[in-house]
Design a protein around this ligand. Structure first.
Ligand code: GLA
Length: 691
């Protein structure tokens, strides 16, 4: 429940360790006061009473760098969070209306001629969720050129550093950290989906380490085109503004009475270093974002790298028997089971089992999989169509296109215009029908190309297609989840092209990357873990040499321990694995099931980043802990460093389940644990239990 000053103009929201405070000046400017360690209302009031710092004469804005939500217009030169235009004017000059504060947070209402703006604040643990609602209260149309979710203001400090996760296909979520400089650093996607290029997350710090120091993080919950701009202003103040859309050229047109609610832009302050910030983000997502996060995800098998498009009922049955024998709990048939889909050239859009491959539909295979004691899953890519499909032949105008322009194909496919109601209804009927016709427990939902020709010839405001596509995707997922509550969903987009807090609130796990090389994966997983929990991070053990990417040879041990850091899956061609390999795989799967509650629901400590040659993670839950460690290459016969552990009781003793040795907590914390790793691409799992 927010605290409110007696004059009703200063508000304080607090989490277990942090506070956030804002203030409405006498001239109705909404200014930021505090984001950081927990403070009292009296502290916030003292901050509100401070005179604003001197600004340079007539060339600087008295508001820039101070406002909670800078609008366009008036004495402001920062990038506006809100930019609107009507037939009469452009920009906003709002006046304050009132506020509401309750257990659900704080809402502040402002009004300009024809526009109602509500700023929302809600504490979820130490995460502040912020979003904005805009309503056209006028008589004529109102266009939102830009409508960010929120603007975050950092305290005045020297030497800010910016961390971000960048990448591309098969190389997602790689962490970089660099000094922030004057001007703006902009990340985002203009591709129609979240994108492989950046996760919608930034972190800022000045001198944090993995386990110490202040870290500020911001993450956006939107699965379409987006932008986060981090600005260091002329007086060195830092603000971060973010929201839907990449450009400011027009987002939505609101008819009188219509409104737009932005997605949540979540902010987190932590003084426990990058590791502490990650643990807080993970706990937030497990508690408030990810559906059913208290349930562990099953070990899955996925057919993609095993059989690619060459699928038959009999061959999948053979794989299913082998998968069941090594302890797999969920068997997923990937691409190639539907329509005329024997390669990537045809069939997308026709969501009926291929009659040559599955003459009696999917049910016989699903029954077989269930009889083996596993759940059954399938792959779909509903937002796409191959021109060579029954759907496209019947409805060539259902795709995104511009009249008289080329329809750009990527992977021989076009993007359906999900903003159209007939397309939404078609997809609902197809998918609802599919899930009703066969006992399907799991849907891997893919999205394998970016928008290129996002036009809609018959719509007076085709621009809305960008936003409406995502809204249609969300409502389709919501509707399917409601109608089929037993079905779990995976978000995939050529690997990790659609990972964000928005999709995470509607899916049970995500496909982290098409890169299943176990060494590359350690870096991708390191980046992913900055923000997202292991509970949603799917990771498969595939074949060696790695056929898809680099031909790297690695042991089953290394591949398994790499994939055990997330939701374990197996994606290799089990029909080619030897008897010994299958026996070994079974042991790893068994071990994973034992440590699974710690990995999926425990606290994660990143003991060493993978880049240094020796990478290690530790998960702690109650009296148990498990360490996963990977040695890339031992050089010059140097001893492998011991791993200093975290999250243990220094006064307790811990038994190592692998060796039976008993270790003192204080020794593990201050001197470390020897791993026994040696040579190249070695890996180990060490379980500890308090005695
Ligand atoms: C994408 C996915 C893969 C696989 C293929 C199927 O690339 O990321 O895992 O499902 O599509 O075409």
């Amino acid at each position: 429940m927010p605290e409110i000053a007696d004059n009703g103009r200063t508000w304080l929201l607090s989490g277990p360790t942090s506070s956030y405070a804002l203030h409405l000046t006498e001239t109705d400017e909404l200014v930021h006061l505090h984001w950081g360690p927990g403070i009292a209302l009296a502290d916030a009031e003292a901050l509100a009473a401070l005179p604003p710092s001197e600004r340079g004469a007539s060339f600087e804005s008295p508001l820039d760098g101070r406002e909670e939500y800078p609008v366009e217009g008036g004495p402001r030169f920062v990038r506006p969070a809100l930019s609107v235009r009507t037939d009469e004017r452009r920009g906003t000059e709002w006046s304050y209306e009132d506020f509401e504060a309750d257990a659900d947070g704080l809402r502040l209402r402002f009004r300009d001629a024809g526009l109602a703006v509500t700023l929302h604040y809600r504490m979820r643990g130490d995460v502040v969720e912020r979003w904005t609602t805009l309503r056209n209260d006028g008589e004529g149309p109102l266009e939102l050129l830009r409508a960010d979710s929120a603007t975050w203001t950092l305290p005045e400090r020297d030497d800010w550093r910016l961390s971000q996760l960048h990448g591309r296909w098969a190389a997602e979520s790689r962490l970089t950290r660099s000094p922030l400089t004057y001007g703006e650093q902009v990340i985002g996607s203009r591709r129609g989906h979240t994108g492989h290029q950046h996760l919608p997350w930034v972190a800022l710090d000045t001198d944090a380490t993995e386990e110490r120091g202040e870290v500020y993080g911001c993450a956006l919950g939107w699965s379409g085109t987006w932008r986060i701009a981090v600005a260091q202003l002329p007086d060195a103040r830092v603000q971060i503004t973010g929201g839907v859309g990449y450009d400011d050229s027009g987002l939505l047109r609101l008819a009188p009475g219509e409104s737009f609610t932005t997605p949540v832009f979540a902010g987190l302050w932590s003084d426990a270093g990058f590791g502490g910030a990650s643990r807080a983000w993970h706990a937030y997502q497990r508690t408030y974002v990810v559906p059913d996060a208290e349930q562990d995800r099953p070990v899955l098998f996925n057919s993609w790298e095993a059989t690619y498009f060459d699928i038959s009922e009999e061959q999948q049955g053979t794989l299913a028997r082998r998968a069941a024998a090594i302890g797999v709990e969920l068997f997923v048939v990937d691409d190639g089971w539907f329509g005329a889909r024997t390669g990537d050239h045809a069939g997308l859009g026709d969501w009926r089992p291929n009659p040559d491959r599955f003459p009696n539909g999917l049910k016989p295979l699903a029954d077989q999989v269930h009889d083996l004691g596993m759940q059954f899953g399938i792959w779909v890519e509903p937002e796409m169509v191959n021109p060579d499909s029954e759907l496209y032949r019947a409805h060539p105008d259902w795709v995104q296109f511009q009249s008289g322009r080329k329809r750009t194909e990527f992977r021989n496919q076009l993007v359906l215009n999900l903003a159209r109601e007939d397309v939404q209804e078609y997809l609902w009927e197809q998918l609802h029908g599919l899930l009703s016709s066969a006992p399907v427990d799991y849907v891997k939902w893919d999205f394998n190309r970016c928008f290129t020709d996002a036009g809609w010839p018959d719509d007076p405001y085709p621009q809305r297609l960008w936003v409406d596509h995502v809204r249609a995707l969300y409502s389709l997922l919501d509707r399917l989840r409601a109608a089929h509550p037993g079905v779990a969903f995976e978000s995939c987009s050529g690997g990790g092209g659609r990972i964000d807090l928005g999709i995470m609130s509607r899916t049970d796990q995500v496909w982290t990357s098409d890169n299943t090389d176990p060494l590359d994966r350690l870096d991708i997983q390191h980046g992913f873990s900055q923000i997202h929990p292991a509970r949603v991070m799917a990771a498969w053990v595939t074949d060696s040499p790695n056929a898809q990417l680099n031909g790297r040879v690695s042991s089953l041990r290394f591949r398994f321990v790499s994939a055990m850091a997330g939701v374990l899956g197996v994606g290799g061609d089990l029909s080619q694995w030897s008897e010994e390999e299958l026996v070994e795989a079974r042991r790893w799967v068994e071990l994973y099931k034992e440590i699974r509650p710690l990995v999926q629901r425990g606290d994660l400590y990143r003991l060493r980043p993978p880049a240094g040659g020796l990478g290690a993670l530790q998960y702690v839950r109650g009296d148990e802990s498990v360490v996963l460690a990977w040695l890339q290459a031992q050089r010059f016969g140097e001893p492998v460093p011991a791993l200093r552990l975290h999250g243990l009781d220094p006064t307790a003793s811990y038994e190592c389940r692998e060796t039976g040795e008993v270790h003192r907590g204080a020794v593990l914390l201050h001197h470390g644990l020897r791993t026994g790793l040696r040579g190249d691409l070695d890996a180990t799992v060490i379980r500890l239990r308090r005695i």
